[in-house]
Design a binder for this molecule. Structure first.
Ligand code: DGL
Length: 289
């Protein structure tokens, strides 16, 4: 890949980030994008803090090395477990002018204006739930315990998406089980956050189970609007991001399978490349600039 372009990097453990990319491309069609899916090592949601941090760091360094100055972690698990360390420890050493942003903060900022009962349900991976990031961020944003948060881990949902089992009775079983368990915790829940970027790919099944009075929140549009706002507030970053309207996909697994999953992007001239992720020595990154 040429270093003459500086795309915005979008990273996820697999296909989930495509639900974010789709909305971002709708809002910013002129920008260049690299989407990186670590399909070979998905799911991240059941992995330890150290492993998620290591894998995410490898992906971010790779995207930096390929010319991205701005990377969005389109993955809640990576945002929960790796974002802060990357922002505070890694970026200042690698290149203080580069940026990594996550998906949790923009999603949480929306919650107070969406819930009327102030009782919110969070559906997420085991890793995101155990990190307690959503309840903590919600408490910060609402200034205390004004919003009651309940979480439910859905460890089977990402494997269902990654293995193309979306429209099966098995998928319906797990989706019903996890949603029912969450809703049963608190009848006042009026807002359900799909706090994993894979989950909107299961929306058809989710809608069948969630009672009509409960609002379902997907993150794509929220994160896209927040990125547009970020670029407005950071013209120096906006100026660096190149704008040729190109879209390139990188997967650590099979190109063919990825092409099927990303077919929504066919009209953008889908270009999928295989990529191998290992730690890129930081001095290589610095020398390449
Ligand atoms: N899309 C990722 C998220 O938002 C899924 C994590 C996984 O691989 O389990 O959390």
């Amino acid at each position: 890949m040429t270093q003459d372009i500086h795309p915005i990097g979008i990273f996820d453990s697999g296909y989930g980030g495509l639900t974010i990319l789709k909305e971002i491309v709708n809002k910013l069609p002129d920008y260049d994008f690299y989407y990186l899916g670590d399909n070979a090592r998905t799911p991240y949601g059941t992995r330890s803090y150290d492993i998620v941090y290591q894998y995410t760091r490898e992906a971010v360094i790779k995207l930096f090395d390929m010319g991205c100055h701005l990377v969005i972690l389109a993955c809640n698990t990576a945002s929960a477990k790796a974002l802060r360390t990357l922002q505070q420890n890694d970026i200042p050493r690698i290149d203080p002018n580069r940026r990594v942003l996550g998906v949790i903060r923009p999603s949480v900022e929306k919650i107070p204006e969406l819930t009327r009962t102030r009782h919110v349900g969070i559906l997420a991976t085991t890793g995101t739930v155990l990190s307690d990031s959503y309840p903590m961020e919600i408490r910060k944003i609402s200034g205390g315990n004004d919003i009651i948060t309940h979480q439910e881990a859905c460890p089977m949902w990402v494997p269902i998406v990654e293995n193309n089992e979306i429209d099966t009775p098995g998928a319906a079983y797990f989706i019903r089980k996890d949603i029912t368990r969450l809703i049963d915790k608190d009848p006042l829940i009026d807002t359900l956050v799909l706090a994993c970027t894979h989950y909107p790919l299961l929306l058809k099944q989710i809608i069948k189970i969630v009672p009509g009075h409960i609002r379902i929140i997907s993150q794509g549009k929220i994160v896209a609007a927040s990125l547009v706002d970020y670029l407005k507030r950071h013209p120096e970053m906006d100026a660096v991001c190149t704008k040729n309207g190109t879209l390139n996909f990188f997967t650590t697994e099979s190109i063919r399978t990825f092409e099927e999953k990303a077919e929504f992007f066919l009209n953008h001239g889908l270009r999928v490349h295989h990529i191998h992720l290992t730690e890129t020595p930081i001095h290589n990154l610095i020398c390449s600039r």
